[in-house]
Design a protein around this ligand. Sequence first.
Ligand SMILES: Cc1cc2nc3c(=O)[nH]c(=O)nc-3n(C[C@H](O)[C@H](O)[C@H](O)COP(=O)(O)OP(=O)(O)OC[C@H]3O[C@@H](n4cnc5c(N)ncnc54)[C@H](O)[C@@H]3O)c2cc1C
Length: 383
Amino acid sequence: MNFDLPDDLIALRDMVRDFAATEVRPHSREWDEQQMLPDELVHKMAAIGLLGPMIPTEYGGSGLGYLANSLIMEEMARQDGGVALFLAAHNGLCCSHLLLAGSQAQHAKYLPKLASGEHVGAWGLTEPGCGSDAGALATKAVKDGAGWRITGHKQFITNGIRAQIFVVVARADPEKGAKGISAFVVERGMQGFSIGRKEDKLGMRCSDTVTLNFEDVYVPDENMIGPRGSGYVDALRVLERGRVGIGALSVGLGRGALEESLEYAQTRTAFGKPLFEQQAIQFMLADMATQVDAARLLVHDAAQSLDRGESEKIKACMAKMFASEIATKVCLDAIQIHGGYGYTKEVPVERYMRDAKLCEIGEGSSQIQRILIARDVLNEVAA
Ligand SMILES: Cc1cc2nc3c(=O)[nH]c(=O)nc-3n(C[C@H](O)[C@H](O)[C@H](O)COP(=O)(O)OP(=O)(O)OC[C@H]3O[C@@H](n4cnc5c(N)ncnc54)[C@H](O)[C@@H]3O)c2cc1C
């Protein structure tokens, strides 16, 4: 493991850090309350390359890797988890699926607009009837001439309100089980495709989460992503990579909560001295700092493995599970350190806590990560 960042990644991290501090932080409370993100922010993020960090330069992206993306996610989430979740769905799910499994023609057609921010991307796997058990999905794609007709519903889809490009996973060959699942590009405006209810959520509130409805939506053959029947395996590959991003998002939330707490503990006095001088508070801060750093090590290790082209999905599971769980814990401790103020919207730590909880659920819950990790550990023992 090498955790020294090269100069170009340090410059990227510092650039995103400054952007998030000036363009995001001052507005986060308002966006959380209003449950919205302004288009202007999306355009500004596109202008500095945040909507195509892993898209090759020939398609207008930055051609960077997973470590770079992790730095972006951490810096953005340190100020606003919802903005980071917007990026996670656009970059880590929609663009990632097209990059991993799309054809050259699909890359040429979709990636430049996704990188420039002209189009926003979303990714639909989860359904009203299944999330963790994604292989049980019921949305179907029926062959019709030179295309497919998609019918069904997708649930909890991030960016659905503003996306133009939706990667949708559907059952094309029901008799083949998971091997009968394929992925398609569905474009906003296609006949029969509509956006349903927007969820009123606990956290990540500036990021929209909606239902997608498909009623006999016709998509041409060229919109199928990857070979027929590869949709489920490709979705799992996308999730493996996406989990590293959610791990980094969690680290950002934990770090944000820690930094707010450090500052508060130095300025707030109780019993004649700063909170920071109380050993009980020091111990909490020590634990928080250790947990955040440990989570970052797991995330960077998993990201570097992906950048080396290794497929070590268990590293991604461990990073995501550990980072998301410590993020919730660190944020709860941050509220405790802030006392009564921590329970109000005057300080951002309660928002960080609400945002962090999602990271234990989305892109595979902690229980699902443990199942995958246990399976891997038991296989190693048996080998
Ligand atoms: C804000 C938000 C954004 C999202 N964005 C997207 C998106 O953009 N695209 C998308 O496709 N999906 C998205 N999702 C869906 C998300 O990935 C799912 O919610 C998640 O995978 C869990 O699925 P579920 O909600 O159906 O829970 P369920 O699968 O019903 O699980 C319920 C509970 O049971 C546990 N459980 C399930 N099976 C087992 C088992 N075998 N052993 C032990 N415990 C188990 C789970 O861990 C969980 O605690 C989003 C969700 C949210 C809340």
